[in-house]
Design a protein around this ligand. Structure first.
Ligand code: FAD
Length: 508
């Protein structure tokens, strides 16, 4: 369903990025326009927010932003909640002087937030939300579309390429890269506003209806007091806490600046070295929407003195040299754009993308043929969760994931491959990888979680020489990894603590 754009002088989101979730008309008598912020949790570089602002300006109505945090979503923990609450605190600061009513809501008991969106929707002209294609969000948005008494529009701001412009499922990064080289330049002309409130005048809402704020009070006090202190009282997984980074747009921008001014130049050579901070560590900020891929892209482009039109006009899918940027920037953009967005493409165009059977047929065949191969080690889920294997490098990787919520990309590949080797069946391996990654990783529960984990089982790859258990799926081993990249310091840093077991992941 294509919505009709509002008559406004302010830029809306590009039409290819906007989808009407229901066919309920706009309520022209509504009191405000509501932006339901569920995935792009940021006040800047945000097509969905920009779209909502344009609608509010066209209707001469106030804008309300609802950023809600449920406590019963899968894997809700101190770590994930803490990161999101940091983001809410940053949004509160950014939006304080803007013409908008920001309503951050934190659910205290499961189901406590039920009815909040509909109640706000009864007063709204229309609701704008984020069109994120993974985790429980698509189901939640479709359900909201059925219940809301006004129009619900979902805006896709997942990446540089609008999801619909992917056109079809791309089974290899190479094919997707070729497609990007053909169509991305025209989409790059559509850049979201870095500061969408600049120069915007909107009427102010004196207050939200008290029937709403009394039942679903704003979490402003709670956020301002101390993000971490309030977590203990919430019914979430307290066995997973801390993490390597704090959330929010300000923290994300700090990390982006440090990366662009330092490691970016060496990224092509150092991104694969565990123990060296050679990568950007931006994935949680991308996952929770605290930073947009556009802001990161244009920050790199600025550093490189690059502008649109400087890229090659070839469309042969070459990995390096297409952007006409430095080696480091080319390598980084291949991850940020090709590898990141091919995962989003699968979520939209392959309905089976989350199931084992979506693997390429050669991978299914070869894994099936080797399913009964003898395993030298068969570890239980609990042993893997607790990093209690006979492989010190794998244990270090699992320890880093559990302790910090991140895992270096190179070791992440080894981590997944070994789980395949140590599980009774490839389906069990898939289940274990998803559970561990989604529970511990700050950037988990993402389209990239699926592409990375399914890559370990053959997706986006080709057949390699045949081995036991793996068949022709690419294998990896810890001794080979230790020969390729220095791991001594990493092993020392992430040694599992003897005798202290973490609370295990809940049964799946
Ligand atoms: C088993 C396994 C599980 C993974 N699970 C996740 C996950 O849950 N969430 C997640 O975001 N990524 C996942 N990845 C991909 C990759 O490991 C991370 O994106 C990357 O390590 C994040 O660190 P960074 O931000 O420093 O990356 P950088 O190297 O700085 O790259 C910049 C951005 O590009 C994207 N990117 C980088 N490498 C990849 C890749 N291989 N595939 C897709 N996108 C990439 C990410 O958005 C990343 O933030 C997984 C990979 C594997 C092998």
């Amino acid at each position: 369903m294509r919505p009709t754009p509002p008559a406004t002088h302010l830029p809306t989101a590009p039409p290819t990025r906007v989808r009407a979730v229901n066919d309920t008309p706009i309520n022209h008598g509504g009191d405000f326009v509501l932006y339901w912020m569920i995935a792009y949790r940021r006040p800047a570089w945000n097509f969905a927010l920009q779209h909502a602002i344009a609608h509010a300006a066209a209707a001469a109505r106030p804008l309300v932003i609802l950023e809600a945090l449920r406590c019963d979503y899968p894997w809700a923990s101190d770590r994930l909640h803490g990161f999101i609450l940091d983001g809410m605190a940053a949004n509160l600061r950014h939006l304080a002087a803007r013409p908008v009513t920001y309503h951050p809501y934190v659910e205290r008991t499961p189901g406590g937030g039920k009815g909040l969106l509909e109640s706000l929707g009864r007063h709204a002209c229309l609701v704008v939300t984020d069109d994120y294609p993974a985790f429980f969000l698509p189901r939640m948005v479709e359900a909201a579309g059925r219940k809301l008494p006004c129009r619900l529009e979902a805006v896709d701001h997942n990446g540089l390429l609008p999801l619909q412009a992917g056109v079809k499922y791309h089974s290899a990064a190479y094919h997707f890269r070729r497609h990007l080289q053909k169509v991305l330049p025209s989409h790059l002309e559509e850049t979201p506003l870095p500061s969408p409130f600049d120069g915007v005048r909107l009427p102010r809402l004196p207050a939200l209806p008290s029937s709403i704020t009394e039942r679903w009070p704003s979490a402003i006090d709670l956020i301002a007091a101390s993000t971490r202190d309030c977590l203990a009282a919430l019914p979430i997984d307290h066995g997973v806490s801390g993490g390597y980074a704090g959330g929010g747009i300000t923290a994300g921008r700090g990390r982006l600046t440090r990366f662009v001014e330092g490691p970016l130049a060496r990224y092509a050579d150092e991104r694969n070295l565990p123990g060296v901070e050679g990568a950007s560590s931006l994935s949680p900020y991308l996952h929770f929407g605290h930073l947009s891929a556009h802001e990161i892209f244009w920050r790199v482009a600025k550093e490189e003195g690059w502008s649109l039109g400087d890229q090659s006009h070839e469309t042969k899918g070459k990995r390096e040299g297409w952007w006409h940027m430095s080696r480091g920037a080319e390598a980084f953009l291949d991850q940020l754009v090709t590898w990141r967005e091919v995962g989003f493409n699968a979520c939209v165009f392959d309905p089976r993308h989350g199931s084992f059977d979506s693997l390429p047929s050669w991978a299914l065949r070869t894994l099936g043929r080797h399913e009964l191969d003898a395993r030298t080690h068969l570890y239980s889920f609990d042993e893997l969760d607790q990093a209690e294997t006979d492989d010190p490098l794998w244990n270090a990787a699992q320890t880093q994931l559990a302790r910090e919520g991140r895992l270096h990309n190179y070791l992440r590949m080894l981590w997944g491959k070994k789980i395949l080797e140590w599980s009774a069946t490839p389906r069990d391996a898939l289940d274990t990888m998803l559970r561990l990654n989604d529970r511990y990783a700050l950037d988990g529960r993402d389209p990239n979680s699926l592409s990375g984990i399914f890559w370990c089982l053959g997706r986006y790859d080709r057949p390699w020489p045949e081995r036991p258990i793996y068949g022709t799926v690419r294998s990896m081993s810890s001794p080979a990894t230790a020969r390729k990249v220095p791991v001594a310091e990493y092993l020392a840093r992430y040694r599992p603590r003897a005798g202290r077991r973490r609370p295990s992941a809940p049964a799946g």
